[in-house]
Design a protein around this ligand. Structure first.
Ligand code: ARG
Length: 469
């Protein structure tokens, strides 16, 4: 790495930084990703400098054209990033200087502190949009399998013990609810990112007659009516990393949802459960055991959530003890954010792909849901309808279950005489009507329940949201 005298801040220095320091402190190896935003911000900034007479028309045109050339090079991946120039901002300024002498005016009334904050806000707005689209496609894939399996019922679990029957559609729509909250969380981050910090300078703004609102409009930091939105405190604007933490948190929560969904499917995919068959495209084999087909995509999704969570942890720890305002520690904010974005993007795609190729084994599901114990609560409700207080009903059915267990008889096969000994309401035998899945599902008909009616309503609601927007 060659050490050139720092053109940007080298004035007060007699010696250049050591090679080791350059290697240690450079950030262009990761913040090069901000290059296109940096150029966009540069173009808006010089337009404003021109309008406020801080740049002549000739100077503005020359720098503007040079920035366009650089934008083109960035698009074609032709820029050679020099770590000796520290970061993307100084690399671009150097490039510009090679193209036009008027580049020397670019950084008027601007600091890398407000610049990097602005670049990152543009990044967050775009990143949230991209992730929201991916969340939405994953939800669409989940909705599709829910709709393709309308009659499949499985046991729902608590404590990983069979609890009550649910339509698989209801279970899958739970995932859609989780992802929809992620969508909203990302939308909030996007809205909060929509304020321009440019003009905050290094910490205390500028004495020059700049126009912050104009730059904000130019860069799209506007409300629905097109009014500029700018940050209100220069010190906060250059040191605030809430968006970084909020974005990382939104990514973490989404990744945790993905991890929990993956865990469900991993369990369903075991030979012991056998509820689903996973697509070959998202599973892998064992190098030793020829029979194996492992749910690696889902295991990696679970694993990646730890990494994404780690990124959030890095950010909150980094920020917690920092005095106002900018401290160089903050340069380390970007790898965590970029990694969370990249990893969550691919996780969403992989979950979608796995879901799209997943098939339910209807026989296995039907087998599991045959267990009459799943309807023990329905029997307690039956007794409640027959005027037995719920706590007593719970106890009666508990005793019946215990009898079933000790006599090795399925709950729905217990003889009526025996049952009547526990409670007279069990005498006539109509209590056995509860052991009917169709009845059980039909009766769970209030909003939010897994019954036929509310499920149909939810499916069409999500269809409206996801497929007709
Ligand atoms: N590369 C730096 C970062 O990402 C840019 C800001 C540098 N500011 C400074 N005062 N050294 O944080």
């Amino acid at each position: 790495m060659s050490i050139g005298k720092q053109v940007t801040w080298g004035g007060r220095f007699n010696e250049s930084p050591s090679d080791l320091m350059l290697r240690f402190s450079e950030s262009v190896s990761f913040d090069f990703r901000l290059a296109s935003y940096d150029v966009k911000v540069g173009k808006a900034h010089i337009k404003m400098l021109h309008q406020t007479n801080l740049m002549s028309t000739e100077e503005h045109e020359s720098v503007d054209q040079a920035l366009d050339k650089i934008a083109d090079k960035i698009k074609k991946n032709e820029v050679h990033w020099n770590p000796a120039l520290e970061d993307v901002h100084m690399n671009l300024e150097q490039l510009l200087t090679e193209l036009t002498p008027h580049a020397a005016k670019l950084h008027t009334a601007r600091s890398r502190n407000d610049l990097v904050a602005t670049d990152m806000r543009l990044f967050f707005k775009e990143a949230c949009d991209i992730l929201i689209q991916k969340v939405k496609s994953t939800m669409q894939a989940i909705l599709k399998i829910a709709r393709a399996n309308p009659e499949v019922i499985i046991p729902g679990y608590t404590h990983l013990q069979r609890a009550q029957p649910v339509y698989i559609g209801h279970h899958l729509l739970a995932y859609i609810e989780m992802l929809h909250r992620d969508w909203n969380r990302l939308l909030t981050v996007k809205d909060n990112a929509n304020f321009s910090p440019l003009g905050s300078g290094a910490i205390a703004g500028s004495t020059l007659p700049i126009n912050r609102e104009m730059v904000a409009v130019e860069l799209g930091f506007t409300d629905e009516s097109g009014n500029p939105q700018i940050t209100s405190n220069s010190m906060d604007a250059v040191s605030d990393r809430d968006l970084f933490m909020d974005f990382a948190n939104a990514c973490t929560t989404c990744a945790i949802h993905i991890s929990r969904i993956s865990e469900d499917i991993i369990i369903w995919n075991t030979t012991e459960f056998g509820f689903v068959k996973l697509p070959d495209a998202f599973t892998t084999g064992s190098s030793l055991m020829p029979q194996k087909k492992n749910p690696d995509s889902l295991e990696l999704l679970r694993g990646k959530s730890a990494r994404i969570q780690g990124n959030q942890q890095s950010l909150i720890t980094m920020v917690k003890g920092l005095p106002l305002t900018y401290n160089r520690d903050l340069q380390e904010d970007k790898p965590a954010v970029f990694d969370s974005f990249d990893q969550l993007s691919i996780c969403l795609e992989v979950l979608k792909g796995t879901m799209e190729g997943m098939e339910f084994n209807k026989e296995k599901c039907a087998d599991a849901v045959k267990d009459p114990l799943l309807l023990a609560t329905d029997l307690a409700d039956y007794l409640v309808v027959h005027k037995v207080p719920f706590r007593d009903a719970h106890h009666i059915v508990g005793t019946l279950v215990s009898m079933a267990e000790s006599t090795d008889t399925p709950l729905d096969q217990i003889n009526n005489e025996e049952a009547a000994k526990i409670h007279p309401a069990l005498k006539e035998g109509t209590w056995k009507c509860v052991f009917n899945l169709e009845r059980a599902m039909k009766m769970r008909d209030k909003p939010g329940m897994p019954g036929n009616k509310p499920l149909a309503l939810q499916l069409s609601k999500w269809d409206q949201i996801l497929n007709n927007q």
